[in-house]
Design a protein. Structure first.
Length: 115
């Protein structure tokens, strides 16, 4: 049996440019999830962005944009909706999930021009 959990869908935003850089989900607190991002050095693109922000005296802004009470799979489906919505709006997300790696820019262009 799959249990329903309260999931937050959140964004990480650059405090300098105000551009949303990442969309994620968590079943824990947003502050705990932000700390996990700040300490994760395995996700290179995220670590480089956070290191750059830190060198400028800033940290990412984390904000809840949606929530769902459901399974992880349902939360991931909702997360993908927001990923595509932000890409269509012109944000250059650093998400790895839901975005093909080799053709990243082509995929962004496809989503932005898909009417």
């Amino acid at each position: 049996m799959k249990y329903k959990v309260h999931w937050s869908i959140y964004t990480l935003t650059c405090p300098i440019t105000r551009e949303v850089k990442y969309v994620g989900i968590t079943s824990g607190s947003l502050q705990k999830r932000l700390r996990e991002h700040l300490n994760d050095k395995d996700y290179k693109e995220m670590a480089q962005w956070i290191d750059w922000l830190h060198s400028q005296g800033h940290l990412p802004i984390i904000e809840q944009i949606d929530f769902i009470n459901g399974t992880r799979k349902q939360a991931e489906h909702r997360e993908s909706h927001w990923v595509y919505k932000y890409i269509r709006a012109g944000h250059n997300l650093i998400n790895r999930d839901y975005i093909p790696g080799a053709d990243r820019e082509e995929f962004f262009d496809f989503l932005r021009n898909d009417h």
